[in-house]
Design a protein around this ligand. Structure first.
Ligand SMILES: Nc1ncnc2c1ncn2[C@@H]1O[C@H](COP(=O)(O)OP(=O)(O)O)[C@@H](O)[C@H]1O
Ligand SMILES: [Mg+2]
Length: 237
């Protein structure tokens, strides 16, 4: 679904990610792990078109989208649930979802919304509530729901579990698994290494903008080297 080839991204003269090769297939959760400042958020933002790609290629469904505008990437099927969730606190749940579905006809948006409600019944209960009054977990569900309103083929999720109560973390992870079973390609960035490892079909570790490890989820879960190298570097960071 998504392929990064020799990918580099950054901010003007500052390059934060270099020489990254990564494949994100449909029907799988790919976890991108690594310490703070590794370049995980920058990578997701660059895939979505919000951060400059400074080298290499971004291929989506086999086509080069490296230079496409963010709205065009959305139209093709890339959606981002950003770090910090970035919902509109003064709008209701319903209105936030409507914003996410702006590329669709009203009929299609209603249909997609029904699917989001089936995935997150909690959002149905809070439908007319101001988003700013939701709990952290409910806001994360709304951020995911808003991204899903664009009917993406690739869902980029930045820090799914950050700041959430354990029960909410579980609900959000279960939703991701449900989405991948439905065929979505999921690229997940997580601080919660343990939880991400448990859910991931594939794992890549980024340290200081370089990929230092890659394996299947199964290998990574059994691989002390992965945990050691990553956690060791994490302490240094
Ligand atoms: N808007 C920006 N301008 C310049 N540098 C930035 C900007 N955003 C992030 N960076 C830098 O890019 C590097 C990677 O950051 P980030 O992608 O947020 O890492 P992560 O998500 O892995 O913690 C950091 O050194 C950070 O300071
Ligand atoms: Mg980040």
């Amino acid at each position: 679904m998504l392929e990064l080839k020799g990918f580099a991204c950054g901010y003007g003269l500052v390059q934060v990610v270099e020489e990254l090769d990564l494949t994100v297939p449909s029907g799988r959760i790919t976890a991108l792990l690594g310490p703070n400042g590794a370049g995980k958020t920058s990578t997701l933002m660059a895939i979505a078109g919000h951060v400059e790609v400074q080298g290499g290629q971004v291929l989506f469904e086999g086509e080069d989208i490296t230079r496409l505008a963010p709205a065009e990437r959305t139209r093709r099927g890339i959606a981002l649930a950003p770090e910090g969730r970035r919902i509109f606190p003064d709008l209701t749940v319903a209105e936030n979802l409507l914003v996410g579905g702006y590329t669709q006809t009203a009929v299609a948006a209603r249909e997609t919304e029904a699917r989001v409600m089936a995935l997150f019944p909690r959002l149905q209960e809070r439908y007319r509530q101001r988003a700013g009054t939701l709990s952290g977990g409910e806001q994360q569900m709304l951020a995911l729901g808003r991204a899903l309103m664009a009917r993406p083929k690739l869902l980029l999720v930045d820090e799914l579990s950050l700041g959430l109560m354990p029960a909410m973390v579980e609900l959000c992870f279960r939703a991701l698994v449900e989405l991948k079973v439905q065929g979505l390609a999921v690229l997940l960035v997580e601080q919660n290494t343990h939880r991400a490892l448990a859910a991931a079909d594939r794992v890549a570790v980024l340290v200081s903008g370089r990929k230092v490890y890659e394996a299947t989820g199964e290998q990574a879960r059994r691989d002390p080297e992965m945990v050691d190298s990553f956690l060791g570097l994490k302490e240094m960071a």
